[in-house]
Design a protein around this ligand. Structure first.
Ligand SMILES: Nc1nc(=O)c2c([nH]1)NC[C@@H]1CN(c3ccc(C(=O)N[C@@H](CCC(=O)O)C(=O)O)cc3)C=[N+]21
Length: 307
């Protein structure tokens, strides 16, 4: 048996097309296009690539993109001042501060400074609290995209055993909250979990979000399970030439694909969905900020995914 591949390229293109259609309606109703501001501090080359791709896709969906690149030694007060300006700017509906920040900056303080209604990363404690207590808010992009991927292959999530490996605030914790909202029985595993392999083997849904290349192999996977690989790890690829690299997930795809029922690839999986859901969150934020109901297609998606 070989697993069904959950194609992030197809699913993200579909979601971006839906966003673009809704943007047309939004512009018709309000006269303004939703705007997304992305803030990048420092010059990590991988981050710069993601930021550029976000900017391109934002514009392709009919929205406005505002990029702010700050030097690596930016003072925290200057970053907070920029966030205050973006909070006050009516043309900006979404604010994303690319993580991780340089070490001298306090991520908690920076995220706390973002207006929760513009927090399209869903990282502000207000949005995390809303998610944990089942109230409407902005949901972190990667878990949101992972839920859309699960929904594309599973008729029902209710009652399934879900194991999330990783407890980060950006992915692991919100992922667990979303699975719980979908009535899964949820386990959050992490670096201190005893017999991680046995815990993973119980999972009908296995979400890997640890940041360790190929950590989860086929013998950790229950036959027929749905596997969502959130890992984006750049590793040396001498076979491609000296100094070359390639992306691998947290799952050892080649052994996992022979056991799982469905699996997301890396690249071409969750990463692509993360950018598409960022656009969706920006559109949703633009509606809410103006007191407008979310477009029906997103309200329907919310009901399907989160009950
Ligand atoms: N505040 C914040 N929010 C984020 O959501 C956030 C962040 N900071 N910091 C960095 C990580 C990483 N991230 C990715 C987005 C898209 C791809 C993506 O499009 N990947 C493609 C192609 C990747 C490639 O080829 O380089 C793929 O997996 O197929 C990957 C990773 C968002 N992140």
């Amino acid at each position: 048996m070989t697993a069904r591949i959950i194609d992030g390229k197809i699913l993200s293109e579909k979601l971006r097309a839906t966003v673009a259609e809704s943007v047309v309606a939004f512009v018709g109703a309000t006269g303004a296009a939703p705007g997304l501001a992305v803030v990048l501090v420092g010059d990590d080359p991988a981050s710069a690539v993601y930021v550029a791709s976000k900017g391109r896709q934002t514009v392709a969906a009919g929205m406005r993109s505002y990029e702010h690149r700050l030097p690596a030694d930016t003072a925290e007060s200057d970053l907070l001042a920029l966030i205050a300006r973006l909070n006050a700017d009516d043309a900006v509906d979404g604010i994303l501060v690319q993580l991780p920040l340089p070490r001298h900056l306090d991520t908690g303080r920076v995220v706390a400074a973002i207006d929760p209604r513009k927090d399209v990363d869903g990282l502000h404690v207000e949005n995390a609290g809303r998610l944990a207590s089942g109230q409407p808010g902005l949901v972190p992009c990667t878990p949101y995209g992972a839920m859309i991927m699960l929904d594309s292959v599973l008729d029902r999530l209710a009652g399934l055993d879900a194991v999330v490996v990783g407890r980060s605030t950006l992915v692991g914790r919100p992922m667990a909250q979303l699975l719980l909202r979908a009535d899964c029985t949820v386990t959050i595993a992490h670096s201190r979990t005893r017999d991680l392999a046995a815990v993973c083997r119980r999972a009908d849904i296995l979400v890997a979000a640890v940041g360790r290349p190929k950590m989860i192999a086929g013998d950790w996977i229950k036959p027929g399970a749905t596997v969502i690989d959130v890992g984006i790890n750049r590793v040396p690829a001498p076979e491609k030439g000296e100094g070359k690299t390639r992306l691998v997930g947290d799952v050892d795809f080649d052994t996992a694909v022979a056991v799982a029922g469905a699996i997301t690839p890396v690249p071409g999986g969750v990463g692509l969905m993360t950018v598409a859901t960022l656009l969706a969150n920006t559109l949703i934020a633009a509606h809410r900020r103006r007191g407008l109901a979310a477009p029906p297609v997103f309200a329907e998606l919310d009901r399907r995914l989160f009950g």
